[in-house]
Structures are given as C-alpha cells and as structure tokens.
Ligand binder design. Sequence first.
Ligand code: UDP
Ligand code: MG
Length: 346
Amino acid sequence: MSTVQKRAVQEPMLEPVEGRIGVGEAGALSEGAFAGARREGLELSVVVPVYNEAPALHKLHERLSATLQSLGRSYEIIYVDDGSGDGTNGLLREIHRRDPKAKVIAFNRNYGQHAAVLAGFETARGEVIITLDGDLQNPPEEIPRLLEKIEEGHDVVGGWRKGREDTLFRRICSLMINRVTSLIVGVRMRDYGCMLRAYRRPVIEQVCRSQEASSFIPALANCFAGSVAEIPVAHSARKSGRSKYTPFRLLRLNFDLLTGFSLLPIQVVGLAGVFIAFLGLAFALFLAIRRLLVGPEVEGVFTLFAILFFFVGLQILALGLIGEYIGRIYMEVRRRPRYVIKEVLD
Ligand code: UDP
Ligand code: MG
C-alpha cells in the first residue's frame, strides 16, 4: 500500500478530536496526515494538476525548477496525473527519475482538476503550498512574488490574471462568477478561477479535512483564511493542447460552486415567492374593488395565462433548486472516495 493510500485510510480518526483542528494549531496534529511532513520541514510544495498536458510538461518542469532553485529554499513539486491518456504519465516518470524533488501521484481515471489538487494537498509537506496549472498558462516565474506577499503575513495569496489570454466568452463568464463567488464566500476577490495561488499550511490542513464530495479549492480555502491578498499575475495563451473545460463542464463547476457554498439561490427563490404572493394579493384586491366600481371582468383570459406560466416557471425553478440541494446531500451521504490513486512515485 502506498503512503498516500495509508493516509487516506487513517484520516477519519482525525475528525472528531475537538480543539485540535483549528487553524494555527497545526503542530498539535501529531499522528495525522501531516505528521511526517513536520519532521521533514520543507519550505515549499508546488502542486500541479495535469490532464493530457504532455507537450508542455518538460518546459514546465524546467521553468518551475529554475524558479524554485533561484529562491534557495527547500521544495518539492507534486504532479498529479488526473488520468491522462496522452503519454503524460510516461513523461512524468521520466521527470521523477531525473529529479528527486519531483513527486508524482497518478489517478486511475479522470476525476477533475480540483480533486487532483486535493490529492496533491494530502501529500504536500511544505509550510507554504502553491498551486498552478500544468499548461503553462500560469507563468512559474510569478511564484517569488506570491511568496513575497504571503510573507507579509497573509494566509492565502491569490493571483488575478492580468491581460487574460482566454476567449471573450470565458472572460465574461468569469466576471459574473467572481462577483457571485465573492458574495457567497464573503471574501472579495477579482479572480477565483486563477489557480496560481499560495496558501499557508494551516489553511490547507482545513481544506483537507473538509471531506466534501465536490469542492472548489480557492473558495473553500478562503472560508478558512484569516487574511487574504490578491496580486496581479501574468497569463499566457495556451500553446499546446486545449482547455479541458467545455461550456457544459464550466457550467457544472460553477453551479456546484453556487450551491456548494451557500443557500443563496434557494433563498432568492424563496424571497421571490414572498414578493409574488404579495403582488397576487394586491392584484386580487384591485380586482375586487374594480368589480364593485366598474362591474365584472370578462376579458383578459390570456393575460391570466401569461401570469400563470410565469408562476409555473418559478415553481419548477424552485423545485429544481430543491432537487439540486437534495442531490448534493445524496452525494455527501454516499461518502464515496473523491479519487482513486493508482500509483505514487515519491
Ligand atoms: N486539469 C485536470 N483535470 C481535469 C481538467 C483540467 O487536472 O479534469 C488540469 C489541466 O491539465 C490544467 C489545469 O487543470 O493543468 C487547468 O485546466 P485547463 O487549462 O484546461 O483550464 P482553463 O485554463 O481553460 O481554465
Ligand atoms: Mg489553462
């Protein structure tokens, strides 16, 4: 059994111990997932999720290593192969063979970017943990600036992509999503979608302990961070391969984000229900007075249809939302593993 799998099995034992899991009490966790890490005392862990990114990998490792070496700190790079089928796995083995600082976790199939990052977090040993995309859209050269900022005393430092090299459609979607996410998480950030970020260890420990079926890491981490900062970072166009996020997958991820972090959608529909009920009451009152003053109403049948359809639509929406939340509860109670690790190269 690999070390990672062992840890995953041990993990539930950590959960019920009250008073030992607060942020900042990381040192108290002696027998848990991070115990070995403390002894080794690495300064930095970089977690990179990769899914079919073979053409970019060597260049990425080269640039990432050069940047990290120039910092003069102890570090590790954890590549999480999210079930690639394009030779990524073979290349990662080669990188691991040549560079002992490169660790590889390979999933048995594709579980998604956030599951991959979580698996990286579970094994990360650094005091500061950095995430970045494996397609070179996030320049590794920005890492020193993230570290500088985190050393000012922040728990999380996010990058926001300045001059973002993505399609207009993606950028418009992101703009709306960032507003809504800021609202529901309660931490204003310009760019929740940017994965070039740095986290302090206690925050990541809390993230690992949140055993939610589906999670959106930047939002989840912000829920536990005392102090959050954001700095502009460069963004490059994708040079090879293509985005793994189809519009449908993007929609799914963001709907997940909305319902996974708040009850806001269902509350908004609830409020709309109250508002409409009042409107209906006022309309009934108006009709009653009109009946007395003008006489019976004969026309307006189709207006009634229009109003009725509006209400029916709203009811279906409310039902759908309730269904979504129940679906989430169902996913949570099943307690299925979020990913399955096929192999670990440590
Ligand atoms: N990724 C992953 N699993 C997935 C989808 C994406 O590990 O199921 C990785 C991907 O290899 C890349 C990062 O997550 O390193 C971001 O993905 P992508 O570049 O496709 O997203 P975009 O930049 O279009 O938002
Ligand atoms: Mg990308």
